[in-house]
Design a protein around this ligand. Structure first.
Ligand code: ADP
Ligand code: MG
Length: 262
């Protein structure tokens, strides 16, 4: 098991943010974590990254307790695509992607030829090689996401945590992002935790043959977990999001048609 979260609870002072969360992600699998704003998706990711210490429960990376890892060691096991990324230094895209290698090279050592090769491969894979010399801070929100994906690939970690990664992407880039995600799981056996606002992402991945699980959080409480087709139902969408929606199916892929708020 690449990631095991056992009975984890966490609170910010008196505000409970995660209640007895249990989940497991194995090689090649994507877990889609869903729930309304403030349901604890980002907190769960930060806890897996070791930024928050659970009040209760344990987190294992490759079977080893997270509390036994040094910080730079965690980066060899987990890559992270954050929701916002406030780099203010005038880095180029290439330099930003090379930061994915700092777990291996250390902060202050120059990147090796192999690091540059991995960076080049990641940029090609994501289809943004032409952005290589552009200043990172001048990118659009969508380009930035793709650069962060390239940085995560460059890190060569077996698990990637993604916090609403397609939030700023146009349709084509969203599609490309999901297609790359499928390849990463199916071809490379990468494990992914995807926090998303679109249950349709889970349907898409499932329809493309990715081993996909869905988890709904409501106020930090895991309320449903399982295969997307079993878990993402009209009743659950009403309960979790307070919307009336219909689930349609065409060409082996499910889609959600929103109808009204409840
Ligand atoms: P999501 O990512 O699902 O939108 P979050 O994990 O960001 O949810 O937030 C979960 C809960 O924790 C919310 O009630 C939020 O207000 C609270 N919260 C998040 N970050 C902090 C913080 N730094 N301090 C206090 N409360 C926080
Ligand atoms: Mg969030």
């Amino acid at each position: 098991m690449i990631l095991t979260v056992n009975n984890v609870s966490f609170s910010y002072g008196k505000v409970d943010a995660l209640h007895h969360v249990n989940l497991r992600i194995k090689q090649g699998q994507t877990l889609c974590v869903m729930g309304p704003n403030g349901s604890g998706k980002s907190t769960l990711i930060d806890t897996i990254l070791g930024i928050h210490t659970p009040k209760e429960g344990t987190i294992l990376l490759d079977g080893k307790d997270l509390s036994q890892f040094r910080r730079e060691e965690i980066a060899k096991h987990v890559a992270f695509i954050p929701q916002t990324h406030g780099i203010t230094f005038p880095y180029t895209v290439e330099e930003a992607v090379l930061m994915g290698r700092t777990a291996y090279t250390g902060m202050f050592r120059a990147p090796s030829q192999q690091d540059r090769q991995l960076c080049q491969e990641a940029l090609l894979r994501v289809g943004i090689l032409e952005l290589k010399d552009r200043p990172y801070r001048e990118l659009s929100g969508g380009e930035l996401r793709l650069v962060l994906l390239a940085r995560a690939l460059c890190q060569k970690a077996p698990l990637i945590l993604m916090d609403e990664p397609t939030a700023h992407l146009d349709y084509r880039n969203e599609m490309r992002f999901l297609e790359i995600l499928c390849q990463l799981c199916i071809r490379d056996g990468i494990a992914v935790l995807l926090a998303t606002h679109s249950p349709e992402h889970a349907f898409y991945l499932e329809s493309r043959g990715v081993d996909t699980e869905a988890l709904f959080l409501k106020k930090g409480v895991p309320i449903r977990m399982g295969r997307p087709e079993n878990v993402i139902t009209e009743d659950v969408l009403a309960d979790v999001y307070g919307v009336k929606a219909r689930i349609l199916s065409e060409d082996g892929q499910r889609a959600i048609m929103l109808q009204r708020s409840l």
